[in-house]
Design a protein around this ligand. Structure first.
Ligand code: SF4
Length: 313
């Protein structure tokens, strides 16, 4: 007998169905653009080395990494999404590094170049950044696109605990993030927060506290949930190799998600339940499954347990 999940009904507010509904059934894909930014905790402005878990290549596909030219990245990225995923509309996703870490004139030139490379097919702009690299001028610039495109501002939250943020060399506090979120309460920008679970010193209660903190901000529309993984080239990789520490198994992470989701506001759209670095970069945890099989495993377990996003609120 088929289950609701077999018919595409999930116990949480998933991004795929949300996109299909919003764009009248069109297949919408994100196209990653690497505009060559860096981060303030990499270039010495606030520190060196970056966040301890980060190797920026681990979340950037090879194509944008290999092309300097933004226009070429957009054109080839769109063609690839058409060929591989039958996509018809596109969200340009400035993902690697901190995509508002520059003067506002430079940002405008870069975003415009990308948007002008495929004007008819692009329905959205997604900008990954940090709260400490936003200001009133940058907000105004992003809002200026919002009359013709969906503009999604993705902000690193990672942990709600200041001690964790200091320990991972974030160089940006949770207070800076919440101040920015407050200032964007009435903004047309669609706000997304990116979280990481599984820092070995954080207890389950500390991780679950993230849900209540996110719920405090009705302006948060999207969330990306991510388990901590160790990738080559990161500071944590060197520490892990010297002294391995426990990381989530797939079963334990699924169990954690089943406890977290009922605590999270039902209207928040979940863009991602877990992260998966390329095999050549991933050190641990290796769950030994493809992305789609991990997704299926988590979705089945959520259904089996009758988990409902926001069900405990
Ligand atoms: S996680 Fe983001 S802010 Fe931190 S170093 Fe990596 S790209 Fe920069």
């Amino acid at each position: 007998m088929s289950t609701p999940l077999d018919r595409g009904v999930k116990g949480y507010h998933a991004y795929g169905p949300w996109l299909r509904e919003k764009y009248a059934g069109e297949r919408v894909n994100k196209v990653i653009v690497d505009a060559g930014f860096t981060c303030p905790n990499r270039d010495g402005n606030k520190g060196y080395g970056g966040c301890t878990y980060c190797n920026v290549d681990s979340f950037t596909p090879a194509l944008p990494r290999s092309l300097d030219d933004i226009r070429e990245q957009v054109i080839q990225g769109i063609q690839r999404a058409r060929d591989h995923y039958k996509a018809t509309k596109f969200i340009l996703y400035f993902q690697p590094n901190t995509n508002t870490y520059a003067q506002v004139d430079h940002l405008k030139a870069v975003y415009d170049e990308a948007l002008n490379s495929a004007p008819g097919d692009v329905v959205g702009l997604s900008i990954g950044t940090r709260a400490d690299c936003m200001d009133a001028k940058k907000i105004a610039l992003l809002e200026s696109y919002a009359s013709r495109l969906d503009v999604d501002l993705e902000l690193g939250m990672e942990s709600v605990h200041e001690a964790t943020l200091a320990r991972i060399n974030r160089g940006c506090t949770h207070a800076e993030l919440t101040d920015l979120l407050e200032s964007l309460r009435d903004s047309p920008l669609m706000l997304c927060v990116h979280t990481i679970f599984g820092f070995p010193w954080e207890t389950r209660e500390m991780m679950l506290a993230q849900a209540a903190e996110v719920n405090r901000f009705p302006q948060i529309r999207f969330i990306k949930l991510h388990h901590l993984h160790i990738v080559k080239g990161s500071i944590l990789a060197a520490k892990y190799r010297k002294e391995p520490f426990p990381l989530f198994t797939l079963e334990k992470y699924t169990d954690f998600l089943c406890e977290l989701l009922p605590l999270l506001r039902a209207d928040i759209v979940i863009q991602r339940l877990f992260g998966l670095a390329d095999r050549d970069l991933l050190i641990a945890p290796d769950w030994g499954l493809s992305k789609s099989l991990i997704q299926k495993h988590i979705d089945r377990e959520i259904e089996r347990r009758g988990v409902v996003q926001g069900g405990a609120l």
